[in-house]
Design a protein around this ligand. Sequence first.
Ligand code: KIV
Length: 297
Amino acid sequence: MSGQPPTSRRATIADLQAARDVKTPFAVLTAYDRATAEIAEAAGVRAILVGDSLAQVALGHESTVRIGMDEMLHHVAAVVRSTSAPLVVADMPFLSYADEAIAVANAGRFLREAGAGAVKMEGGAEMAPIVGALARSGAPVIGHIGLTPQSTLTEGRPRVKGRAPEAAAALLADALALEAAGAAAIVIELVPAELAAAITARLHIPTIGIGAGNGCSGQVQVIPDLLGLLAGRPPRHARPFANLRERAIAAIEAWRAEVEAGSFPGAAESIEGDEALRSALAALAAIDPARDNAPHS
Ligand code: KIV
């Protein structure tokens, strides 16, 4: 296996490992529906994460803990149906992996019903037994350490993790415990670049960074942050490579102006009837409904 993206089949978790093994950084992007998934695939990303960031960036919730299995399944299945090349990773929502049995059952729904190729779940060493149960069941499982957005109810505002030496050591221990339990990769979110690089160097599985510097095996970004789709400033670790919100607003304003001026739709967007239809309409127009409906005397 090479570090190059596969062309004729859907990527698997093994392709991320192969890329990591030959030190080829790979790109992972979130997507949530047909439009975002098709765009991500056309741009050649190796994997799509149907992240529970869906709750915030697509469904308008204030945090990821507001989304559950049914909504996630709906969107994971849409992304799988809309793509053929990238690995699709389903994010396990808050409380969907509260114990081993629940985690295996819910991962099974993502992999069997929705067609995902891997699942991701948040948490460190404390999650090792659950990661182990998933791995033993044959579910490719990706861990997620550092900032874990589902901890918002207990931790409050998101903060950089692993700045202090003890916290850095704990994160390294988390990563090693997840790897030993059978994790196939680990997302590292919002930690100092040096720490993410040190963790990556100690592991044999790929790391996928977000706000974690460029020493990880791959990078993941949240698609509206990358495309500049939403109002407001994206997080500091994101770089908007486009401002599609402004371009979309300008396009919609142009369309609205044409509707209001009566110039949309024009001939190109309209369906022209044939001569027979025009004659029939002329005959219909000649009928006076008031006269024809009048009571006969
Ligand atoms: O839900 C998500 O989009 C994520 C990424 C931030 C890694 O978990």
